[in-house]
Design a protein around this ligand. Structure first.
Ligand code: NAP
Length: 303
C-alpha cells in the first residue's frame, strides 16, 4: 500500500512545535511574537488567504498586525508602510501578501522588507544565504514545507533515519524537480541538494519529461500544469510531492476544484508515497510561515 502523506497532520505537528516556541518567546519578549501582514487591494482570494494565516497565527500564540491598503495605493505609501514596520521593534516578521496590483512590482517591494523580518524568506539576501547553505536564516515557506513532508515520509518508510536534528540525509536518492521558479522549484532543488540527494531540474523545455521523472526516488512536481504527471512518469520506489494548485472547472460536478500537477488517481497505487491536493503541500506553507515568524523572533532575541 502506498503511503498517502497527510499534509494536514504534519502541519499540525509543525504548529505544535511553533506554539511551544512562541510560548517560550512570549516570556522572554514580554509579548507574543508578532507577524505584520500587509494586504493591498480587494482580491477575495488574497483576503481569504490572509484570514487563514491570521487564524493559524492566533492558534499558535503569534500576534498579527494587519495593514490594509487600497488597490490604488501609491508606491510611496506602500514603501512608507514597509519602512515603518521594519523600524517597529514590536514587529518580528512581515508578510506582504501577493499578488500586488499591476502598478506595483512585487520584486521591488519584497526587497524593501528587512531580511531580518522576511517572513516569506523571499528577500534576495535570504535566498542568497540558502544558496550558500546557511541554515540560520529563514527559507521560502512552500519549499521548506516540501522538505518537511519528505522527511516525515522517510521517517515512516525508512525508520532507521535519525530525525533528531531534522537533517536527515537523502544520500543515494535521485530527486527530480519539475519547475524552476524562484518561489518553489529552485529553493526546493537547493534544499534537496543540501540533503545530499542527486538532483535533476526539469522545466518546460526539458525533452522526454516522463523518462526523466521515471528515474526519481523523490519527485517534486511544481509546474502548475494540472495532472501533467501520470502513471507513465513514476516508478514503484518514488516519493511524489505535488506542489501544483490550479483551479479547474469540474464538468460533472459543475464547480471549480483545485487540481495538482499529478494525476493522483492514476499514480497513487504505483508509487511508494504521494501527497494529495488539497491536503498535501498547501497546509505546510502556512505552517512554515508561522515557523519562520518564531525563527525571526528568536534570532532577534539572540542578536
Ligand atoms: P511558475 O512560476 O509559473 O513556474 C512554473 C515552472 O514550471 C516553470 O519553471 C516552468 O518552466 C515549469 N513548467 C511549466 N510547464 C511545464 C511543463 N509542461 N513541463 C515541465 N515544466 C513546466 O509557478 P510556481 O510559482 O513555481 O508554482 C508552481 C505551482 O505550484 C503552481 O500550480 C502554484 O499554484 C503552486 N504553488 C502552490 C503553493 C502551495 O502552497 N500549495 C505555493 C506556491 C505555488 P519554464 O521555466 O521553462 O517556463
Amino acid at each position: 500500500m502506498p503511503l498517502i502523506i497527510d499534509g494536514k497532520e504534519i502541519a499540525k505537528k509543525v504548529k505544535l512545535e511553533v506554539a511551544n516556541k512562541a510560548s517560550q518567546l512570549s516570556v522572554k519578549l514580554g509579548r507574543a511574537p508578532c507577524l505584520a501582514v500587509v494586504l493591498v487591494g480587494d482580491d477575495p482570494a488574497s483576503h481569504s488567504y490572509v484570514k487563514n494565516k491570521e487564524r493559524a497565527a492566533k492558534e499558535v500564540g503569534i500576534a498579527t498586525k494587519q495593514t490594509n491598503l487600497p488597490a490604488n495605493v501609491t508606491a510611496e505609501v506602500l514603501e512608507k508602510t514597509l519602512t515603518e514596520l521594519n523600524n517597529n521593534l514590536e514587529i518580528d516578521a512581515i508578510l506582504l501578501q501577493l499578488p500586488l496590483p499591476k502598478h506595483l512590482k512585487s520584486d521591488y517591494f519584497l526587497e524593501l522588507i528587512s531580511p531580518s523580518k522576511d517572513a516569506d524568506g523571499l528577500h534576495s539576501f535570504n535566498q542568497g544565504e540558502l544558496l550558500k547553505g546557511n541554515k540560520s536564516v529563514v527559507r521560502p515557506c512552500t519549499p521548506s514545507g516540501v522538505i518537511r513532508l519528505i522527511d516525515e515520509a522517510l521517517e515512516i518508510l525508512e525508520p532507521n533515519h535519525s530525525l533528531t536534528n531534522r537533517d536527515i540525509s537523502y544520500a543515494g536518492k535521485t530527486a527530480v524537480v519539475v519547475g524552476r521558479s524562484v518561489l518553489v522549484g529552485k529553493p526546493v532543488a537547493l534544499q534537496l541538494l543540501e540533503r545530499d540527494a542527486t538532483v535533476f531540474m526539469a522545466h518546460s523545455k526539458t525533452p522526454n519529461l516522463s523518462a526523466v521523472c521515471q528515474t526519481a526516488d523523490i519527485l517534486v512536481a511544481a509546474c502548475g500544469q494540472p495532472n501533467l504527471i501520470n502513471a507513465e512518469f513514476v516508478n514503484p520506489n518514488c516519493i511524489v510531492i505535488d506542489v501544483g494548485t490550479t483551479r479547474v472547472f469540474h464538468e460533472s460536478e459543475k464547480r471549480y476544484v483545485l487540481a495538482g500537477d499529478v494525476d493522483f488517481e492514476s499514480t497513487k497505487e504505483l508509487v511508494r508515497a504521494i501527497t494529495p491536493v488539497p491536503g498535501g503541500v498547501g497546509p505546510m506553507t502556512v505552517a512554515m510561515l508561522l515557523s519562520n515568524t518564531v525563527k525571526l523572533a528568536e534570532v532577534k532575541l539572540q542578536s
